[in-house]
Write a protein that binds this ligand. Structure first.
Ligand code: GLU
Ligand code: ZN
Length: 292
């Protein structure tokens, strides 16, 4: 029997797990467990230049230390490239995707948004990126927590890249094919991924797959108001002593640990979290983390 809820955490191995990604991991885990569902981990390793050696196993070790145990085997996106290519071939055949030889400079000159210039021009595949035809732009989607979110019209209508000129598959393509492949029913992730969601929904439509549910979590900001990210060199969370970061992550998500179980092992905190999880308590705004 297929479970009725499948959630996932899908980190890119571009650095160790920091507090910002811990929030996405914890939020998606609790939402899955509170829904009596499955929780999968997928390593999004399709961008070797951005990959940090050892980061994937480091992230998995950290999730383990935090008691965030996943169901089923970890899926590595690098093993899925044939499936991505097959989908692209299919779309090329049906004229729903095409080779594009426009340079970034050329696109910048016409205002930064791609105009569909190479559609129907049958460019050779050599040195070309591949774009998908967007005929019905997705201008909004409903987020479980944030309600209806309107998206930038130009972004939504753009024939975006699904495979780069350098041969790497684009995040938007890989993520939807894998969420479909793994039967994911709901995506819980950081609010930094709200904007690409429209593009992802348009790919679901193209594939005639019924849309998935989305819950975007507020982002953790540092004291300067910047998003905690690997690019900003957010520090890794401490594997040796997961308790303080875990309790801070619960607080950040609007579920402060009650005094009677403060300092308890992480497994116990997670049981409490699963039993008490309530998305109405989630804050809607991104905010600065309290030091721990
Ligand atoms: N791999 C993406 C990241 O680390 C997240 C993908 C997703 O959750 O859709 O930013
Ligand atoms: Zn072009």
């Amino acid at each position: 029997m297929t479970p009725s809820y499948i959630g996932r955490f899908a980190p890119s191995p571009s650095g160790p797990l920091h507090f910002g990604s811990l929030i996405a991991a914890l939020g998606s885990y609790l939402q899955a467990r509170a829904s009596q569902g499955k929780w999968y981990v997928r390593i999004e390793d399709i961008d070797p230049p951005r990959e940090v050696k050892g980061a994937a196993s480091d992230i998995l070790r950290t999730l383990d230390a935090f008691g965030l145990h996943w169901d089923a085997e970890v899926l590595y996106q690098h093993t899925r490239q044939d499936a991505y290519q097959e989908q692209i071939n299919q779309w090329i055949k049906t004229h729903e995707a095409y080779n594009c030889t426009c340079t970034r400079k050329q696109i910048k000159e016409i205002g930064g948004m791609y105009s569909g210039h190479c559609r129907d021009r049958l460019r050779s595949a050599k040195n070309a990126s591949i774009r998908v035809c967007i005929d019905r732009p997705v201008l909004e989607f409903t987020d479980i927590k944030q309600g209806v979110i309107s998206l930038n019209r130009d972004m939504a209508a753009e024939d975006f890249i699904i495979k780069r000129r350098d041969g790497l598959f684009a995040y938007n393509l890989a993520v939807i094919l894998d969420d479909i492949y793994q039967g994911v029913t709901e995506i819980v992730r950081g609010a930094d991924l709200i904007e690409p969601t429209g593009r992802q929904v348009s790919l679901y439509q193209k594939l005639n797959v019924s849309p998935i549910r989305y819950l975007h979590l507020p982002l953790a900001l540092d004291l300067h108001g910047n998003k905690l990210s690997k690019q900003n060199h957010a520090p890794a969370v401490n594997n040796e002593n997961p308790g303080p970061a875990m309790e801070a992550a619960f607080s950040f998500l609007g579920h402060p640990i009650p005094p009677c179980i403060k300092g308890a092992p992480v497994a116990q905190l997670l049981l409490w979290g699963t039993a008490n999880w309530d998305i109405n308590r989630l804050p809607t705004e991104s905010h600065v983390i309290t030091p721990f």
